[in-house]
Structure formats: structure tokens, C-alpha cells
Design a protein around this ligand. Sequence first.
Ligand code: IVH
Length: 668
Amino acid sequence: MGSKSEVEGKPPHEEIEALQETIRHHEYQYYVLDRPEITDSEYDVLIRRLQKLENDHPELVTLDSPTRRVGGKAREGFVKAAHSSPMLSLDNALDERELREFDRRVREGLKDSPLTYVTELKMDGLSLATRYRNGIFAQALTRGDGLTGEDVTENARTIRSLPLSARNQIREFEVRGETVMNRRAFEALNARREEQALSRFANPRNAAAGSLRVLEPSITASRRLDFYAYMLLVDGRPPFASHWETLDWLERHGFKVNLRRQRCESIDQVIEFCREWEAKREELPYEIDGVVVKVDSIAAQEKLGYTAKAPRWAIAFKYAARQAVTKVEGIEVQVGRTGALTPVAHLTPVAVSGVMVARATLHNEDEIERLGLKIGDLVIVERSGDVIPRIVRVQEQGSYRKPFQMPKECPVCGGKVVREDGEAASRCINTNCPARLKESLLHFASRSVMNIDGMGEAIVDQLVDLGMVHSVADIYELQVEKLLEMDRLGPKSASNLKRNIDKSRLNRLPRVIQALGIRFVGERTSVLLAEHFGSLDKIAKATEEELQQADEIGPRIAQSIALFFKEGRNRELVERLRAAQVSFEYQTRKKPAGPLQGLTFVLTGTLSGLSREEAKARIEAAGGKVSAAVSKKTNFVVAGAEAGSKLDKALSLNISVIDEEKLLEMLK
Ligand code: IVH
């Protein structure tokens, strides 16, 4: 659907309508159902086409056009507006006993008539009330004090999972729900902020709140928020007989509704649901802080009514805060890939919602100062969106307190440590520091960068400590034989590792750029650079001014890139990666020529499932080459039964030898 030929040749208003429909469909697939049907760049093509048409025909832009999600002009401040009915909060139940107590009150209030509950996950974000007029998104208000909220309409419009149109028979309706940032978006946002030397958000809820309540909608647009609907009001009340029907209606009309919901016939079932998700909460892509339990029947809800603050027909079962109190026993300093020294607190191990925590990051000296933390203090540790727990505050000063001091010398290599003006981090300036090399290797090999499976910490430590690798580029020269010198690495793992290293040369340019470890250049910046310049050489040659021509590259990033390529050692690294045939060109074609692009194979012996011709044809179809003789340029020798001298030659040249099964796997 939505192919260009389908819409071409139509009058503009028809093409705009068709494009809007197509884009809406894909936004729904991607953001609501999490089942994309097209790639991001295909989506971009559609949006750009629509933007162009709308620019040419501004009179045809509709209120609910997907192009309006990009975020309009900044404002001076937020306007306050009254809620159609108060946005109440919920009473809490902190344990099973309190849940049973709630159940007892409800049954008493309903005089023991039949009762069903609906349980939903309690998403940890901020509530939002959205209004639709004639099926078109018209307004969004934050909760505020419950009676009046702030008008964040333009910001909410940028939330892709919030439908801009939800056509139906109802003239005016209100949908309330929770705005959240999922863990991945949160991690990515914090990583990006760190690259830009900005402070991190403490948890996804703060990040969501900070993103929704900014004056510039384009910032909200860049923040990847999600909206989960949980309430529908028409003329101030739910229009259906049950809450369950409301949730179904919302789902049918394009809203994202949490799939983890259940109808429960007894409080025991409710408790079971609560326990089940408490155990599984870490597996969810977003944070939850409990379960909301609601009486399903709207008539029953109305009968039960409200206290001054909260409905009597619902309760929030709150999970225990993921915090604990423990002692800081010491502060260790770790050296990162850029030489940055990160203080890490060593804690008396403590369980935080079922996970033992013994370390917490302290980020930098300023953070320690902000916390007023000294070694020996009792602190509150928290596990939130971050992988590494953090210290929230000092709970009680220790009786023996030792202040922390950033070392003047690198704890790994003894090199000089400096902290530049305006920088939060202190850095080891020795570019040969083994700690930096290890971190660089781990970064290079990590899944989202060059994706070299099997090159984890234990291997990297040995590669550096045994002197097998002095620069990242050295990994492409490692032979299986050499790898076998390492502890706990058998022949099979060694050849797998070699194969994975070899394969990594086929990574696309953005990953290669990211792999270089240039300061401020993360995943997104790498893609933007690759798209703008098309090759690594062009990026390396570009001046700061030229670099700034690329999207989102400011003076700070441009300077960092230019500095990187001025440095002799870095230029040498680039040359050695080129020699290792790492890809430096950006292939924008949708389908790269195949999984074996750039690899040369030699076939030897008799294969069992494939004839020689078939094997050759399939390798070539997958972008690989087949040559007759083994040479240094051969990447893989495929050995069948009774393989002869080619196999010997391959072994003597240290070329990876694979069997037919492996070949078939690689062809997938
Ligand atoms: S219903 C009157 N359902 O939790 C009923 N709330 O203290 C209003 N929340 O402010 C809330 N997930 O922001 C409801 N599935 C859910 C929810 C949910 C999260 C939040 C909401 C509310 C707070 C309750």
C-alpha cells in the first residue's frame, strides 16, 4: 500500500488524502501495534512527499495531518484550562491485606451484587486528558492540580501513538491516559544528553514530564513519548456499561491501550495479577509502579461514588519503591573509552526489589558534591530506568566519613589526569592507556556498534593484557591460532570469534563511524553523518564548517569530529581499518547486495546437500564471490568430504574453514 505509483497522477487533494491515510496506517502499525510494515526511510519518503504537497498547497493542510506532528513554534508559557471533570488520583493499597480491605468495602457498598474487577498495569508516567471534536484531536491538558491543567496541545500532538483523528459517531469526547517514555527511548535520550555534556534524567517519568512540559514542541517531537489510554468520557461520564468495553472501544479507535489487562472475578485473581506483574515488571519495555484495580460495571462505579480525593471504585496497588538504604564502603574510579574517570560507589550489598545491588554510579565529581556524599555515609540507592543503580541522596552521615578525591593520576596507567574548564569529567590524557583501549574494544565490538559476538569483557581483558592487541584495528589481524593462546577459549569458540570479527567488516557506514569512538558522535549522529557525506573519507576531510552543514551537527560536535581526524593516531586507525576492508562507503540502496557482500569463498571437497554449481550460484546471489584458488584474499574455505590440498592451504594461511551447514546458515 501507499506506493508512489498508486498516488501519482491524482489531483493534489486526492493525493494528500491518500498519503495521509497511508501514513496514518503506518503510524498506527508502528507506534500503537508495534508491528511496522515499512522501514523508517520508507516512512520518511512518504512524510516528505506529503510535506512537499502541503507546502505547495497550504490550503489543503488539515488539522489532523500527520505532518503536524513535527512540532510547531515555541511559546512563552502554558495557558491553563479547566478540566471537564476533576482528574482524581487513586487511593493506594500497599499490601495484600489492604487490597482485601478494599474488596470488602466495595462488596459492602454494592450489597453483595455480582462483581467483576478490571486490573491494568499502573504505568509510571504522567496523566494527560485529551479532547476530540468531530473525531479530530483538539486539546490536551496535563493533570495540574486536578481541576485545571496546562494546555500542552501542540506538544501532545507530536506523540505518535496518540491518534490525531479517531472518527466515530460521538461529536465530542475526552480520552484520559498516561504519557510515558519507554526504557529504550529513555536510555537513548540520556546517552545523547551525555554526549552533549547535558545532565541526565533520573528516571523515565521525569524524562517524560520534562519532555511534555517544554515550551518548544519540536523538542517533545524528538523525545519519543507514548500515550496509553485508560479512560473515555462523553459529557463527563463513561458512555458504556463497563470499563472493559471502554478499553475495547479505545483500542478499536486507534488508541494504544495496555495489552496487559484482565477481568477478575475475585480479589484472589486480582492479587494473582498483581504478583505476576511484580515478578515480571523488569521484562516490560516501560516502567510500572503498580496495578490499578477498577470495578468493571459503570453502574456499580456510580453507586460507589467518590470520596473527596479519589473514587471508591478503584485502587492503586503500589509496588514497593525500588529503593533501599545501604552504606557506601568506598569509591572506585573507572576509566572509560574517552579517558573519562567515573567514580563508582561500592556499597554494602543490599536487595532492591529482589536484585542485589553492590555498586552505583556517581557520574562525576560534581555529582558527589551535589549529594554531599562521603565514604562511610548511609545512602538511598534506587533502581529505575537505568541499568546501573544510582544514589538518590545521603540518608545519614557515617560516623567515620572520608571525603572522596579525584586522583591526579590515572588509576590504570598512572598517566596525568586533567579536568578541563567547563567539563564535568576528569580525563586520563594518555591515549595508550590500557583501560581506554579495553573500553574502546568493548565499544567497537558491542551489539549496537560492530556487533562482534563473543568479544566480551573476558576476551578483551586478555587481548590487551597478553599484548595481542595494541590498537582496535589489530583485531582484524588476529588468527585463530593466536586466539587459542587465551584462557578458556577452545578451538570452536576461537574460530567463531574469528568469523564474527571477519563478518563485522561488512557493517554499514553509520556503525563504522560510531565504532571510531569520536566524542559526541553516537548512533544518531553517525547516521546523519553517513547520510550527509556518504563516505568516511568525506567526513574525515570535511572542515568544521562543512560538518555543520549536516543535520543536527552543531559547532561542538563538528569541532570534536575535526579534532579526531587531525590526530595522527586516529588517521592511522582509519587507514588500518581501510586495509582490513571495513566498509567506508554508505550504501543507501534499500537492499544491500546480500549477507555475503564483499566476501570471497573457495569451495573444496564434496558437499552433501548442494552441488558445486548450486553453492556457487547461491553465494553469488547473496553478494559473495567464489574463486578457484585459495589466497590471502580468501575469506572462507567451504570444505566438504574428502577436501584436498585447498584445505591444507587454507589452514596454512589461517583462513576460516567452514562446513556446508555453516554456509547455509550464512546464506540466510
Ligand atoms: S485510572 C479516577 N488507570 O496513576 C481514576 N490511572 O493515582 C484515575 N495511572 O493519576 C486513574 N496507569 O496518572 C488509571 N491504568 C491506569 C493508570 C493510571 C497509571 C496513573 C494516573 C493517575 C495515577 C493514580
